[in-house]
Design a binder for this molecule. Sequence first.
Ligand code: PNS
Length: 160
Amino acid sequence: MRIGIYPGSFDPLTNGHLDITERAKKICDKLIIAVAKNSAKHPLFSVDERIGMLRECCKCENDQVEIASFEGLLVDFCRQKGVSFIIRGLRAIVDFEYEYAIALLNKTLAPEIETMFLLSKSEYSFISSNMVKEVAAYGGDITSLVPQFVHKKLREKYSR
Ligand code: PNS
């Protein structure tokens, strides 16, 4: 059984992430969508909130898809879960340097685990969680960038 993992901060989930999730499901027997508990970043949404968004918006948790969170090294979590490949989305050339470094680092730490890149669809290639948060914070229209549920959660965060 080929188990793939789609890891990320998902702070918050965007339409670009959802598209990668749908396509990733087609290339592995089992897909783990994993939210990183990254202490170095200061996320807007808690891990539970981000997991809640994935559960609500993907509506895909079943025998084939698991939504999880992890702390520490991604490769350690992969080994624990029997993951054989990591899936990451590539939006544009600016992502490449960062993704290349992570992929090589993970390959050094765990040579048996491959990293695969899925190119973002062009209509999502400019969307990032950070930009979504900035636009939402200033009251801009993000309806075409994130699922409706995430839109609602962002409105709740910024209306306080
Ligand atoms: O959505 P992001 O923030 O670009 O995802 C980055 C993520 C979470 C995949 C990466 O930071 C990660 O794997 N963090 C876990 C810690 C780790 O394994 N670090 C070594 C590789 S950077």
